[in-house]
Write a protein that binds this ligand. Sequence first.
Ligand SMILES: [Zn+2]
Ligand SMILES: [Zn+2]
Length: 210
Amino acid sequence: MDLKRFNILPEFGTNTYLVWDKDSREALLIDPAAASEDIINYVNTNSLNMTAIVNTHGHVDHIGGNKYFHDKWDVPIYIHSADAIKLIDPRQNLSSYMGEEIISPAADRLLESGDRIRLGKKELEVIHTPGHTAGGICLLYDFLLFAGDTLFKGSIGRTDFPDGDFELLKHSIKTKIYVLADMTMVFPGHMEETRVGIEKRENPFVRADQ
Ligand SMILES: [Zn+2]
Ligand SMILES: [Zn+2]
């Protein structure tokens, strides 16, 4: 798999990931934060075939570009069933509190834990990691984990939103992420990459041994 990270919504610092299979050129866009011609151009220049948009959760800074890319590419939108309502409810995706009501087309596929998303000859595994939101997911591909706002380098996602739950987030991280191989690269929804082994040892919010 190849991947490229875009930062198209600087005020939120959301990481949007374009991932693709080198042989088939099939590609997924993970968490389109906003409209971006740069991404359209990159996809065209590299002859990628977009197959879906995947949202790690339904907050506005992760779905704000859904409509734009859905209109451009006519590809389906995937999100966990428990966050699907956020796509079409500006209060639940938090945009109504930020001055501009933003919605997305409705989900085309509702994801559940253990589901697989095809990419070329391989698949990404859906891991349900509730706590930041009820329907937060991580996506695992070999030793690469797209973690959304569940786990960050030296930090974790906020849990002060209506469906946030710190104990649940901690449980998700310990039982679903810290059990992965230490070498697994974590590509979070904000900030820099890290590795599972580093966070297990050093994350001040959720330690593997506590
Ligand atoms: Zn979020
Ligand atoms: Zn976020």
